[in-house]
Write a protein that binds this ligand. Structure first.
Ligand SMILES: NC(=O)c1ccc[n+]([C@@H]2O[C@H](COP(=O)([O-])OP(=O)(O)OC[C@H]3O[C@@H](n4cnc5c(N)ncnc54)[C@H](OP(=O)(O)O)[C@@H]3O)[C@@H](O)[C@H]2O)c1
Length: 292
């Protein structure tokens, strides 16, 4: 298969490039491949003529999107539109990566996980611009595209919450305060790569697909599990705190956990977040002692 990965040098793109190394790949990232330059991008894509495109390029810094609204929409909406138009012209299957931030996070009841059929209601520029991108993809390439919503991502090299915590946890200092009132599904790029593989092998699966690890936790819960896995490599204490103690420019969803209803109905089940994290820690921080 010929596969083109937009944002191929980013955190997810790098894992995808490794996972699909046996295929013919185009790592489409800046400066050569600019999703904002519609004409040049389409011409380059035509030259490569991919069977499938995995669209990862995005403005991913959630707080920066609040202060750079126009740029966020240009990249996350218009960029996705340009990629979708180029895919339509080439007849390529498109898997576009999106986010749990399309949901408000205000769950109607608890426990709650958002399904593909639930109505999105983003509360941030990042979430709204990604949702606008989803709509471009699905309307330009109906029947030939899937939007894969993922969340709380970490992968080799980072940057991610897991990398930040591993670094701070190794340092001496006062106990680390970690937010314990936001719920979600920590998900590794390796798990997402397997979901992308599944979607490329099943071109009949179209529309919105949720693709996180199984299981729900808080940032504090994730930090505690990382501390346990890193053992002596994470000597610092961690203590729970509330969102109000860490005000951010973009309000974070209280509960953005996703239910992978579509993937599960097709027999594809992602691993539990603890299992995926344990595998990641072994590979990313070799030599760290796992405490059972
Ligand atoms: N990270 C998360 O926690 C998370 C959670 C849910 C969903 N997602 C989604 O997952 C996808 C991948 O995220 P990620 O964390 O791997 O992002 P990332 O590391 O920021 O990678 C994005 C890549 O896109 C590139 N890019 C930026 N503008 C571009 C343009 N105009 N043309 C082509 N490439 C461009 C970036 O290059 P520069 O670095 O040079 O700008 C970067 O290499 C995104 O769609 C994101 O919305 C991420």
């Amino acid at each position: 298969m010929k596969i083109l990965i937009t944002g191929g040098k980013g955190m997810l793109g790098r894992t995808l490039a490794k996972a699909f190394a046996s295929h013919e790949l185009a790592i489409a990232d800046l400066p050569e491949w600019d999703v904002l330059d519609a004409e040049a991008f389409a011409a380059r894509m035509k030259g490569f003529s991919p069977d499938a495109v995995v669209h990862c390029a995005a403005m991913t810094k959630v707080d920066d999107c609040e202060s750079q609204r126009e740029l966020a929409y240009r990249l996350n909406e218009t960029g996705s539109r340009n990629v979708a138009l180029a895919c339509r012209e080439c007849g390529a299957r498109l898997v576009a990566i999106s986010t749990d931030y399309v949901f408000s996070g205000e769950a109607p009841e608890e426990p709650w996980s958002w399904r593909e059929t639930d109505e999105p209601a983003p509360r941030t520029v990042y979430g709204a611009s990604k949702l606008a991108g989803e709509r471009q993809v699905l309307s330009i390439c109906p029947g030939a595209s899937a939007v894969l919503r993922i969340a709380w991502l970490y992968g080799s090299g980072g940057p991610s919450f897991v990398h930040t915590m591993a670094k701070l946890g190794a340092q001496e200092g006062a106990p680390l305060k970690v937010v314990d009132d936001q719920r979600g599904n920590p998900t590794s790029t390796a798990v997402v790569a397997e979901e992308v593989r599944f979607l490329l092998e099943r071109p009949d699966v179209c529309g919105v697909v949720h693709g996180t690890c199984e299981g729900v936790t808080t940032w504090y819960g994730l930090a505690c599990e990382l501390k346990r896995l890193l053992g002596d490599g994470f000597p610092r204490e961690i203590v729970p705190c509330t969102t109000d103690e860490f005000p951010r420019p973009a309000p974070r969803p209280r509960n953005s956990s996703l239910e992978n209803a579509v993937l599960k109905s097709l027999g594809h089940r992602a691993p539990d977040w603890r299992e995926a994290l344990s595998q990641f820690v072994l590979e990313e921080f070799p030599g760290s002692g796992e405490r059972q």
